[in-house]
Design a protein. Structure first.
Length: 99
C-alpha cells in the first residue's frame, strides 16, 4: 500500500541495513522504500524522474532522512519537503552518524 510506506533516505549501505533490521525487529508492517541520495528522495516524494507516475497523494507515513547525502544534503531535501503544501506535514526524522 503506497500510503503506508516508510521512506528511508540513506547512502551508506551499512546504515541502511541497520535501519532496515531495526524496523523489521520492531515488526513494522509498512513497506520501506530506500532512496540513496537527496535527488532520488525528492523524485520519490514528488513523483518525478524514476518515480514518475507515482500517486503523490499517497505520501510516506514517515521519512527517515540522513543529513549527509550525495547530490542534495538532508537539509536541502527537508526544505523542499517543508515548502510544498502537499508534503509539508509529512513527519521527517533526521538521522546522522559520526565515526
Amino acid at each position: 500500500m503506497d500510503n503506508m510506506t516508510i521512506l528511508l533516505v540513506e547512502d551508506n549501505a551499512d546504515d541502511e541495513l541497520l535501519a532496515l533490521r531495526a524496523l523489521k525487529k520492531t515488526a513494522v508492517p509498512n513497506e520501506v522504500v530506500v532512496a540513496r541520495d537527496g535527488e532520488e528522495a525528492l523524485e520519490y516524494v514528488f513523483g518525478r524522474g524514476r518515480y514518475a507516475g507515482r500517486d503523490v497523494s499517497k505520501q510516506p507515513k514517515v521519512i527517515f532522512l540522513d543529513l549527509k547525502l550525495p547530490k542534495l544534503n538532508g537539509i536541502e531535501v527537508l526544505r523542499s519537503i517543508r515548502k510544498d503544501t502537499r508534503t509539508s506535514r509529512v513527519p521527517v526524522v533526521l538521522l546522522t552518524s559520526s565515526d
